[in-house]
Design a protein around this ligand. Structure first.
Ligand SMILES: *Cc1c(COP(=O)(O)O)cnc(C)c1O
Length: 376
């Protein structure tokens, strides 16, 4: 048996007719940039996230970058975020000349530890960027209270969490700006790169619309310096064809995650993802913890048995080489460091079968137990 980390071919087979027709339509119309599909997708994402505006962009990274640029974050400003996330979250802060100020994570949720945010705030703090890690919303009530009290905007990195909810409200509309990615492995994936911002703020939406198009409202009459970050129409067509299936796919991810939780329950040495009754986790990743000194051996055993698993993320950002200049010490964020040594994301996608989970779980039980007890 081989079990990939994600099965995009199976997904395509299940919706082939819809996608093929949508693409053919774009090709026939030959309106490859800014076609009607873009506006339609923006409307649907705004509605999904319960926000007034959505602006389609070239990637999730650009969404984060333009969100900060629209908030006029620049040199010597500080942005508070998590050290346990994909590099892009911190990278965009640095690209603007600002400084990422990390706050350690809650070991259960993998999300920023809201109880430690306040002490990281200074006069220079210009934004808080929670990341809804693996698809589980951060503690937004607490973060919103802190942000409100200090009058600091919140930029949600919701790249892994489309359709996740916190206290019944969708992510992307819980802060000042929400950022999404349509990278192919995300829960709603394009056939290449894509991204989106969501907001209820008219000025921010208008600014980001300009910034994505070289800072111009009217062609060749540029008002400010922006970038080129439009979503192309073919990608919008793919996303529109997939969107009606998102809810069903999310439910299937949740059901498989719960199945995994049940079959791994009580296995010594394994901890399964935190189940938060305030939130709907959308399981972009199903991430377990293993004893740090066994994790890589277990991953090798899975690989020998045809099972793909991935370490998201092996190096926390406070010690990643590109950010060494920030001068953080390895021990500054012990929970992020520990997570990077213990996590393993197992295959989880809507087309996965329960029997495959049984197979993965049986291997884990056999090997985690023997490695833990007899140290082979
Ligand atoms: C995927 C991802 C991004 C970047 O999105 P791209 O579309 O790949 O640029 C940013 N942050 C997080 C947490 C992500 O998972």
């Amino acid at each position: 048996m081989t079990i990939p980390a994600i099965d995009l071919q199976a997904q395509y087979k299940s919706i082939k007719n819809d996608i093929d027709a949508a693409l053919k339509n774009v090709i026939t119309n030959a309106h490859f940039v800014g076609g009607k599909e873009i506006g339609l997708l923006e409307e649907k994402i705004a509605s999904l996230t319960n926000t007034k505006y959505a602006v389609a962009l070239n990637s999730g990274t650009d969404a984060l970058y333009l969100a900060l640029l629209a908030l006029e974050i620049s040199k010597d400003d500080e942005v508070i975020t998590s050290p346990f996330t994909f590099f892009a979250t911190a990278e965009v802060i640095c690209l603007l000349g600002a400084k990422p100020v990390f706050v350690d994570i809650n070991p259960q949720t993998f999300n920023i530890d809201e109880t430690q945010i306040e002490k990281a705030i200074t006069k220079r703090t210009k934004a808080i960027m929670p990341v809804h890690m693996f698809g589980l919303p951060a503690n937004m009530s607490a973060i919103r209270n802190i942000a409100k009290q200090h009058e600091i905007p919140i930029v949600e990195d919701a790249c892994q969490a489309i359709a996740a909810t916190y206290k019944g409200k969708p992510v992307g509309g819980l802060g000042t700006i929400g950022c999404f990615s349509f990278y192919p492995t995300k829960n709603l994936g394009a056939w290449g790169d894509g991204g989106m911002i969501t907001t209820n703020n008219t000025k921010i939406a208008t600014t980001i619309r300009m910034l994505r198009n070289h800072g111009s409202k009217r062609k060749y009459f540029n008002d400010r310096v922006g970038i080129s970050s439009r979503l192309d129409t073919l990608q919008a067509a793919v996303l529109l064809a997939k969107l009606p299936h998102l809810n069903k796919w999310t439910k299937r991810r949740q059901s498989l995650a719960h199945y995994f939780n049940r079959v791994l329950k009580g296995v010594l040495g394994i901890s399964t993802p935190f189940v938060d009754n305030k939130s709907e986790h959308v399981y972009n990743q199903y991430t377990i913890r293993l004893p740090a000194n066994k994790r890589d051996k277990i991953q090798a055993v899975l690989k020998q048995n045809g099972i793909a698993s991935i370490i998201y993320y092996p190096i926390p950002l406070h010690i990643i080489p590109a950010l060494a200049y920030l001068g953080y010490d390895k021990e500054d964020f012990p929970e992020a460091l520990k997570a990077s040594q213990e996590v393993l994301s197992l295959p989880l996608y809507p087309e996965l079968k329960e029997s495959q989970i049984d197979f993965i779980a049986a291997l884990l039980k056999q090997h985690v137990y023997s490695l833990t007890h007899y140290d082979v």
